[in-house]
Design a protein around this ligand. Structure first.
Ligand SMILES: Cc1ncc(COP(=O)(O)O)c(C=O)c1O
Length: 364
C-alpha cells in the first residue's frame, strides 16, 4: 500500500536540487564555509522578508534563543515565562542562559494564554517568550500589553512560523527579538542545521554578532565570553535559494489546511481553533481525536502516518523535575499532550493525498 507520510522532504528537495547544487558550488569555489558572504546575503533577504532591520544567522534555533536571552542581559537568578505547550528548545534557551523557565498554560488556541501570564510574574521575571506554535501566531497584542504593564521583554519564538502573519503583519518584528530555527523540517529549512534572530535594534544585532563569533568583532580580540554559534555558508546559500519559494510553499500548506478545516467534519475529531488575528502557515496540522490510539491505528491501517507534537509538555519533562511542577498544573497543555496527533502536512502533498487523508478521518 502506498503510504502518506506526515512529512516528506524528498519531493521538494528534488525539485530545487539543481539550483541548490549550483549555490553549493559557489560556496565551495569561494571556500566560504563558515559565516561569510552567503550567510550575509541570506540575513539581508530574510530581514527584508520579515520586515526588520537586522537578521543574525546562527547555527540552530536553540542557540538563537540562548543568544537572545544573553543579549537581553538575562542570566542566573532571572525568570522567563514561556508556554508549557512548546517544543522543549524554547525552555533550553532560557536554561542555557542560566535563568529559570516559568511555564504557563495554553488556551483554546493551543498557544500561550495571555490571561495566565500575570499570575506567573515575580520580582525575578525579565521576559516572556511567546511561541507561534505549529505556525499559528499567538495573541501578540494581548501578551505585549502584559509585558508593557510589568516591564518585561517580549521575545518571539518563530521557529515554526516563518512567514505567518498576525493581524496582517509578518511575525518576527513584534518583540525585542524573534528567534527562528531553520532545521530541515521547518517551513524554511536549511540543507543542514540553521537558526536566526531578527530584530529592529542595532545594539542587539551587534551584540548577537559578537556573541555568535567568540565574543569578537575584530579577529583575535575578545571583548566578552562568546560562543561559536556561526551559521555555515552551505546552509546560508541553501536558505537563500529556498526563501524565494517560501511564500508559495506556505500558500500550498494553507490551501491544504483550508481543505482539512472545511472537509473534515467528523464530530469525533477536534481541529485547532483559528483565531481572527491569525494567518498561520501550518508548520504542523494538529488534531485532537477521541481515543488517540484507536485513531492512529485507523490511520495506519489506511497507510497514513501520524506524529505527536508533543507528547509530554515541558513542565513534566524529566529535565525539569527539579522545578517541582506536577501533573494538573497546566490542564490544557496536558490535555493537548495526551491527545494531540499531527496529520500529514507539507507543501507537496497531492490533492489525491489530501482527499485520502480527509476521507480516512471522516470514516473514523
Ligand atoms: C518552537 C521551537 N523552538 C525552538 C526550536 C529549536 O530549533 P533547533 O532545532 O533548530 O535548535 C524548535 C525546533 O526544533 C521549535 O520548534
Amino acid at each position: 500500500m502506498h503510504s502518506i507520510p506526515c512529512l516528506d522532504l524528498k519531493v521538494q528537495h528534488q525539485q530545487i536540487k539543481e539550483e541548490i547544487f549550483a549555490a553549493f558550488e559557489q560556496v565551495y569555489d569561494q571556500t566560504a564555509f563558515s559565516g561569510g558572504p552567503f550567510v550575509e546575503a541570506f540575513e539581508k533577504s530574510f530581514a527584508e522578508f520579515v520586515g526588520t532591520e537586522y537578521c543574525v544567522g546562527v547555527s540552530n534555533g536553540t542557540v538563537a534563543l540562548h543568544l537572545a536571552m544573553l543579549a537581553l542581559g538575562i542570566g542566573e537568578g532571572d525568570e522567563v515565562i514561556i508556554p508549557a505547550n512548546t517544543f522543549i528548545a524554547t525552555a533550553w534557551g532560557v536554561s542555557h542562559a542560566g535563568a529559570t523557565p516559568v511555564f504557563v498554560d495554553c488556551d483554546a488556541t493551543w498557544n500561550i494564554d495571555p490571561n495566565k501570564i500575570a499570575a506567573a510574574v515575580t520580582k525575578k521575571t525579565k521576559a516572556v517568550i511567546g511561541v507561534h506554535l505549529y505556525g499559528q501566531p499567538f495573541d501578540v497584542d494581548a501578551v505585549k500589553a502584559i509585558c508593557d504593564q510589568y516591564g518585561l521583554f517580549l521575545v518571539e519564538d518563530a521557529a515554526q512560523a516563518q512567514g505567518a502573519r498576525y493581524k496582517g503583519t509578518r511575525v518576527g518584528s513584534f518583540g525585542e527579538m524573534a528567534c527562528y530555527s531553520f532545521y530541515p523540517g521547518k517551513n524554511l529549512g536549511a540543507c543542514g542545521e540553521g537558526g536566526g534572530i531578527t530584530t529592529q535594534n542595532k545594539s542587539y544585532a551587534d551584540q548577537l554578532r559578537s556573541l555568535r563569533n567568540h565574543g569578537s568583532t575584530q579577529r583575535y580580540f575578545h571583548d566578552e565570553i562568546g560562543y561559536n554559534y556561526r551559521m555555515g555558508g552551505l546552509e546560508g546559500a541553501s536558505l537563500s535559494v529556498k526563501l524565494k519559494y517560501l511564500e508559495g510553499w506556505n500558500n500550498n500548506r494553507k490551501a491544504i489546511a483550508n481543505r482539512y478545516q472545511n472537509e473534515i467534519n467528523n464530530p469525533r475529531i477536534q481541529i485547532q481553533e483559528k483565531p481572527s488575528w491569525a494567518d498561520g502557515i501550518f508548520h504542523l496540522f494538529v488534531v485532537i481525536p477521541e481515543d488517540k490510539d484507536a485513531f492512529v491505528r485507523h490511520l495506519n491501517a489506511h497507510g497514513i502516518i501520524a506524529a505527536y507534537h508533543y507528547p509530554v509538555p515541558c513542565h513534566l519533562q524529566k529535565a525539569y523535575l527539579h522545578l517541582g511542577y506536577r501533573r494538573g498544573d497546566f490542564p490544557n497543555a496536558e490535555y493537548l499532550a495526551d491527545n494531540c496527533v499531527s496529520i500529514p502536512m507539507y507543501p507537496e502533498l497531492t490533492s489525491d493525498n489530501v482527499d485520502a487523508v480527509i476521507k480516512c478521518l471522516n470514516q473514523y
